[in-house]
Design a protein around this ligand. Sequence first.
Ligand SMILES: CC(C)(COP(=O)(O)OP(=O)(O)OC[C@H]1O[C@@H](n2cnc3c(N)ncnc32)[C@H](O)[C@@H]1OP(=O)(O)O)[C@@H](O)C(=O)NCCC(=O)NCCS
Length: 186
Amino acid sequence: MMTEVTQSGTAPWCSGQSFSPLEAETLVRIRAGLLLVRKFQKGDALQVSSLIHRSQRVTLSKCYSKRVTKEFCKINSPKDILRKAEDRQLFVAEEKKRILGVIGIKENELKTFFVDPKHQGRGVGRNLYERFKKEALKNGHKQVFLHATFYAVPIYQKFGFTRIRRIKREINGIPFYDVLMKMKYA
Ligand SMILES: CC(C)(COP(=O)(O)OP(=O)(O)OC[C@H]1O[C@@H](n2cnc3c(N)ncnc32)[C@H](O)[C@@H]1OP(=O)(O)O)[C@@H](O)C(=O)NCCC(=O)NCCS
């Protein structure tokens, strides 16, 4: 479970670099570690792309065909990540200068949510989701939506999301299914 350590300050591995409250970095304790949740920066694109590829190849290949996984990877190159960062706000979770996860918010939609498979199950995703929620509420969104992979449906249910319906979608002409889900913040 998340323990917030500070909302601004210096991460121990950031050698003297400090953060202003305006940039809203959050240091949190997770299972066996200390995590910095912060805004995405352009220099993060390569690490973010690599962790998304690993997450897709290792985790999502359990629920989706090789063809679909390959197409998912194709649309998450470092260039794609930079393009995505222009149409949504991205946040990353970093431990010892290594990016472990990413989450995005585009209006009232949760997007681009991935954690490196080696670090899944440690609370990284929960802390990224808490950052998403803070941002959604700050922007006045009382209701948010997402398209969940089959793998992530039970995880989103833990966060409090409910299923709307299964949806047939397409990636570069290849059909696949995901689940439209919603959450109302009280
Ligand atoms: C979805 C994902 C980002 C979650 O990241 P994570 O770091 O593993 O998540 P956490 O460890 O913070 O777990 C979040 C919650 O889900 C629960 N959970 C984690 N894995 C679970 C699983 N396989 N089944 C059911 N519940 C699970 C945890 O117990 C935790 O609940 P809690 O916070 O109430 O204790 C990660 O699993 C992932 O990258 N999956 C592949 C990509 C994907 O499907 N992304 C979603 C795109 S829509």
